[in-house]
Design a protein around this ligand. Structure first.
Ligand code: AHR
Length: 625
């Protein structure tokens, strides 16, 4: 290839470009990025997933049971855990929690709390203990005088003297059996947090936030995905049940086979955005459940108002009812919402066309009327019937060959409507006779290299049209390797941060997102395939850039690239990512992506010459230009 990059004539790139998508799937909120270490801390349940004692075990002969007491901790958390000691029990009695498939113990400050009810004058002991050796790594003693007539909250901190060798550890809380002999104490909302990202209370796991920060994202699409929709009535994602003190959050049955605690709620999502300095792309419920139940035209106004209330809660002055509610919870300063998506995957044949006939128009008109500056995104790309000003959301899960075939998809899009690529991923390998994904077949466990290269080509296609693409986010983002519902995922993990898996696609995105083109430039001198590229400048970095991915070449692709106004002797940095095999992938303890950076010098004609191997992703950046 002999490419000449034109000095102008391209298009200005959307400021979002690369971002994140989050929904609680794969134990990615509870058991994932939400740093709470205690699993099932408040025995939350619903008719779908009734309250249970998962993750709890008695210690020293205690008998654990669920109780709905006449004095509950709160109206929304009616079920607590009774810990009964028999007359024969001597010494410390209590309960253990095994965490989200283990608890990571290191020498750092853990902050805990619990509520208790029952007559007791003594002390509690909280300890982090090995499940295998019974070794105690750290403990705290909490003096207490509790009563059977009310719930009392206790806080504690715990700093282990030593790190545990693995995450097979439990939190154990005990009390003096003699002081309650033959009787019992009731416990609720038993919590333990490690240090969190940027020290947020009720915050996020540091390693996973750092993995996200490493992607240099610009936005976070939240809180779904399917999870905002709810499986069936009445279990939509109720924003106003995810705010305020934890004891006032009921939780809900999520759409991914488990109850959500909603400890990671609306405000925590906004903090997440603040901490990564990224824009929220806030999804509001659009009147459609996953079982295809649709809210009728006559009843929809309630939900439109519900979305407006959510926006007032986030952005309204403290003189408004919901702005005042926000201030009363401790956040007087408004958040900023510039992007709102109406629903998730409301493609037009779902809900009998109701999205186009009344649901989207009603939401659009109300939100646009109240907040004309907000970019409103339909959750489909078939936005035509709605409004000239609406954006759309395109999702693509497929196989490598098919995704590479979509390289020019965005060249041919309806340019009246910018689109978000809210979800995409290669989920299955190439297979003869299979163009797209087969949903009834197994998907790959992890992103794999040829798929990652195909994703890069798809994204290069998007970058070439980046004036009309709001941004792109891989989905799903997270996977707890102990239990999950959807693979492949961008980042996988266990309780032990040393086991984090940054996938092949994570590495590709890190490179693509780190070096941003702010204005594309046309190129001439070659046809796409097996190399696919986009060229442009980055006005902030003052650089010229060429991003290239090579797919199915028979050998190295020779590249000569000349940029206007680049003189002989100018240097450029070329970073090339490769991997040992098309279907190689990252797993716990292995990282197969190889990054190689070299400095190139421009020839007398101002051109850079280099070779790109098959299945490579590269960025050439000429700084100071
Ligand atoms: O990312 C997994 C799921 O795929 C999302 O919840 C849904 O939007 C899509 O179908």
């Amino acid at each position: 290839l002999n490419l000449t990059v034109a000095p102008n004539g391209g298009n200005v790139t959307s400021p979002l470009q690369y971002g994140l998508m989050f929904e609680d799937i794969n134990f990615s909120g509870d058991g994932g990025i939400y740093a709470e270490l205690v699993r099932n801390r408040a025995f939350q349940g619903s008719p779908v997933y009734p309250s249970n004692l998962t993750a709890w075990k008695p210690v020293n002969g205690a008998v654990l049971s669920l109780q709905n007491l006449s004095i509950p901790l709160s109206d929304v958390l009616p079920t607590s855990m009774r810990v009964a000691a028999s007359n024969a029990t001597v010494g410390a009695v209590g309960f253990a929690n095994s965490g989200w498939w283990g608890i990571d113990v290191r020498v750092q400050k853990y902050s805990g709390s619990f509520w208790v009810k029952g007559d007791y004058n003594g002390s509690f002991r909280a300890a982090l203990v090995s499940d295998i050796t019974n070794e105690t790594f750290g403990s705290a003693v909490i003096s207490a005088r509790t009563s059977s007539s009310k719930w009392s909250e206790y806080n504690y901190t715990l700093i282990p003297d030593a790190a545990a060798p693995n995450s097979n550890n439990s939190l154990i809380i005990t009390f003096d059996a003699a002081a309650v002999s033959g009787s019992s104490l009731d416990f609720h909302l038993i919590s333990l947090f490690p240090p969190t990202y940027k020290d947020r209370p009720n915050g996020m796991r540091v390693d996973l936030m750092e993995a996200l920060a490493g992607l240099n994202p610009s936005f976070l699409r939240l809180p779904g995905g399917n999870n905002i929709e709810g499986d069936h009535p009445p279990y939509l994602w109720y924003w106003n049940q995810t705010i305020g003190p934890l004891k006032d959050r009921p939780g809900r049955p999520g759409t991914w086979t488990y109850e959500n605690t909603d400890g990671l709620g609306l405000v925590e999502f906004l903090w997440w955005c603040e901490d990564l300095e990224i824009e929220p792309v806030l999804a509001v419920w659009s009147g459609l459940y996953l079982d295809d139940t649709v809210v009728s035209n006559t009843s929809l106004q309630t939900y439109v108002q519900y979305a407006l209330d959510e926006l007032e809660f986030l952005m309204g002055s403290t003189d408004t009812p919901y702005g005042a509610l926000r201030a009363s919870l401790g956040y007087p300063d408004p958040f900023s919402i510039k992007y709102v998506e109406v629903g998730n995957e409301d493609n037009l044949n779902k809900g009998n066309g109701s999205y186009s006939s009344y649901r989207f128009p009603d939401f659009y008109n109300a939100i646009h009327g109240a907040y004309p500056d907000i970019t409103i995104i339909a959750s489909t790309v078939a936005v035509d019937p709605f409004s000239e000003n609406a954006s759309g959301d395109y999702h693509q899960y497929t196989r490598p060959d098919h995704m590479v075939g979509q390289f020019d998809f965005f060249d041919n899009m309806d340019r009246r409507h910018p689109i978000l690529i809210g979800e995409y991923a290669i989920v299955q390998s190439n297979e003869a006779g299979q163009a797209g994904v087969s949903w009834d077949e197994a998907r790959s466990s992890f992103p794999f290299w040829i798929g990652t290269v195909a994703e890069a080509i798809f994204l290069i296609g998007a970058e070439r049209n980046a004036d009309n693409i709001l941004g792109a986010s891989y989905a799903p983002t997270f996977q707890n390797l102990n239990k999950w519902q959807w693979a492949p995922d961008l980042i996988s993990y266990t309780a032990d941060p040393s086991q984090d898996v940054l996938s092949t696609s994570w590495h590709m995105l890190q490179l693509m997102s780190e070096v941003r083109i702010t204005e594309t430039l046309p190129t001439s001198g070659g046809a796409f395939g097996p190399a696919y590229w986009v060229a442009g400048v980055n006005d902030d970095r003052g650089s010229h850039i060429l991003k290239t991915a090579v797919y199915n070449s028979t050998g190295d692709v020779p590249m000569t690239v000349s940029f206007n106004s680049i003189n002989a002797g100018t240097t450029a940095n070329l970073t090339v990512l490769t991997a040992p095999g098309a279907y190689s992938y990252n797993d716990i303890g292995s990282d197969i992506v190889k990054g190689n950076s070299t400095i190139l010098t421009a020839s007398s004609a101002g051109a850079f010459t280099f070779y790109l191997p098959n299945l490579s992703i590269s960025v050439l950046e000429v700084a100071g230009t």
